[in-house]
Design a protein around this ligand. Structure first.
Ligand code: ZN
Ligand code: ZN
Length: 246
């Protein structure tokens, strides 16, 4: 399966290790047709963008970089789900300006309301070994992500099931109902087969991204493409796959 775009990369505006222009140059060198710079939302602990104006500044640069490097440059955000109500750390007026909106569960986030950092995020970190806590957190994580999908209509959800457990079937149902894709993230190890199976069962779209934090890994999508081929996912169901010519 041929993938033409990598829509999940980080620059030095969050926890990436290179300025955005270097990530763009790497995408061009890799032969991608499209790349998105998608830095972490501002409520990510210690690594988020300094404020959401950063995304708008990137938008102003994107067209110039597209021309200079010959790769279409999109600007997005990997927004954090910041509470059980499915809120994101991105105001709607900024989200409306972006090409890609990613919603992701992350275990290092300052919640709104603040006390959910203690009652929701902390037990996800500390209670993983205790089965009843793990089950309760899985239910809470699923509810939060599903609400975020319905409320904000993201382009895709990042790495569902990575660190913060979710019911993949429930996430896939919400994604199928709203046209949101489920990500296969080649930059992290987690149980990706389950994500593909849930998407196939429920008819949700899939997207494969690198989550690159270095120029060297931009466009590293081969493992994801191989996984989709193993499960015989049709390219029509993959947001960043080239459609076969009939
Ligand atoms: Zn992430
Ligand atoms: Zn990421």
């Amino acid at each position: 399966m041929e993938l033409y775009a990598d829509w999940h990369t980080h620059s030095s505006h969050s926890d990436g290790h290179a300025p955005p222009e270097e990530m763009v140059a790497a995408a061009a060198a890799r032969g991608l047709a499209e790349v998105a710079i998608t830095d972490h939302g501002p409520r990510a602990m210690f690594i988020g963008v300094r404020d959401t104006g950063v995304y708008l500044e990137l938008k102003e640069q994107a067209a110039r970089w597209s021309k200079k490097y010959g790769v279409r440059v999109l600007v997005g955000a990997e927004a954090n789900v910041t509470g059980l109500d499915g809120g994101l750390d991105l105001p709607p007026e900024v989200a409306a300006e972006l090409d890609i909106l990613i919603a992701g569960l992350h275990p290092q986030v300052w919640c709104v309301p603040w006390w959910q950092t203690l009652t929701w995020i902390a037990p996800n970190q500390a209670g993983r070994a205790l089965e009843p806590v793990r089950q309760a957190m899985r239910r809470a994580n699923t509810a939060a992500l599903v609400r975020a999908v319905y409320k904000h209509r993201p382009t895709f959800v990042s790495h569902p099931g990575l660190v913060m457990a979710v019911d993949l079937d429930e996430v896939a149902k919400a994604c199928a109902a709203t046209g949101c894709a489920m990500e296969i993230n080649t930059g992290h190890s987690y149980r990706k087969d389950g994500v593909v199976r849930a998407a196939l069962r429920r008819g949700a779209l899939i997207v494969v991204n690198s989550d690159a934090h270095f120029p060297a890994t931009v466009g590293d999508l081969a493992a994801g493409a191989a996984l989709l081929e193993k499960h015989r996912v049709p390219p029509e169901q993959v947001l960043n796959a080239r459609r076969p010519l009939h």
